[in-house]
Design a protein around this ligand. Structure first.
Ligand code: DGL
Length: 253
């Protein structure tokens, strides 16, 4: 079984892409809504939440783990593999596949993400390692607003404010470096207009999942959701994206 985790609904955009490529995989999804948003937390808090989420998934039968949360990527240290008894090819996260996607590209890339992701420098370093430049912009409060369903007017206000100093004509591509952001893709499209192409890393990550975990993770396509706090917006998203699984939501305290 594949375990996927995020602070809440963001990882659903990654799960959707994984389901398209591997519909027969059994998946246990953990959304830590009680502690959302992750992107405003310190590195120490994020490390503790990362270990907790991964242990939760493992103790409920997950043998492979997908971290569908960019904000915790900097916490996925090498020593974790030993501590959690996890083989390194059984953990897939967001940053590696995204950087690899742009390795041979000549696009001028702008990335937007949570304050925690931008502060960690993980994307900037990843791009540097493949000889590429990257400009990163933090969008404070957007992931939390999406998680708790603040609405399009508020999303657009937050995005416009974060991009107020960004010259869009200096870039070809905007990478959505937070898995919550593709859930409001039309709002990003409205703000950016035609000039900049938007890149959602979900499919690059799903391709990596398929490459590493298929056919090991072939099952009967069972989908289970566990959240750490009940949430109407989360339930609404499951109804929209995975209507067949609406009954498979469990709330754990
Ligand atoms: N969706 C996560 C990410 O990709 C976390 C966002 C948040 O909870 O702030 O960064």
């Amino acid at each position: 079984m594949i375990g996927i985790f995020d602070s809440g609904s963001g990882g659903l955009s990654v799960l959707r892409a994984i389901r398209t490529r591997m519909p027969s995989a059994n998946v246990l999804y953990f959304g830590d809504i009680k502690n959302a948003p992750y992107g405003e937390k310190t590195q120490e808090e994020l490390s503790a939440l990362t270990v907790h989420a991964m242990q939760f998934l493992q103790s409920n039968g997950a043998e492979s783990i997908v971290s569908a949360c960019n904000s915790v990527s900097a916490s996925l240290a090498v020593s974790l593999f030993d501590a959690l008894n996890l083989a390194s090819d059984r953990l897939i996260e967001m940053v590696g596949p995204t950087v690899s996607h742009f390795r041979a590209s000549d696009k001028r890339v702008l990335l937007c993400a949570t304050p925690a992701t931008v502060r960690s420098g993980i994307y900037q370093n990843g791009f540097r390692m493949v000889g590429r430049e990257l400009t990163a912009v933090a969008i404070p409060a957007l992931a939390g607003a999406i998680e708790f369903g603040a609405g399009d007017v508020e999303y657009e206000r937050i995005i416009r404010e974060a991009f107020s100093d960004v010259p869009f004509d200096a870039f070809d591509t905007l990478v959505l470096g937070c898995t919550h952001y593709p859930l409001v893709l039309p709002v990003f499209e409205r703000v950016l207009g035609e000039s900049v192409q938007i890149f959602d890393p979900a499919d690059a990550v799903a391709a990596r999942v398929e490459k590493q975990l298929w056919p090991r993770e072939v099952g009967d396509g069972r989908l289970q959701f566990v959240i750490s706090k009940d949430s109407a917006p989360f339930r609404a998203r499951i109804k929209e994206l995975f209507p067949e699984s609406i009954a498979a939501i469990e709330v754990v305290q």
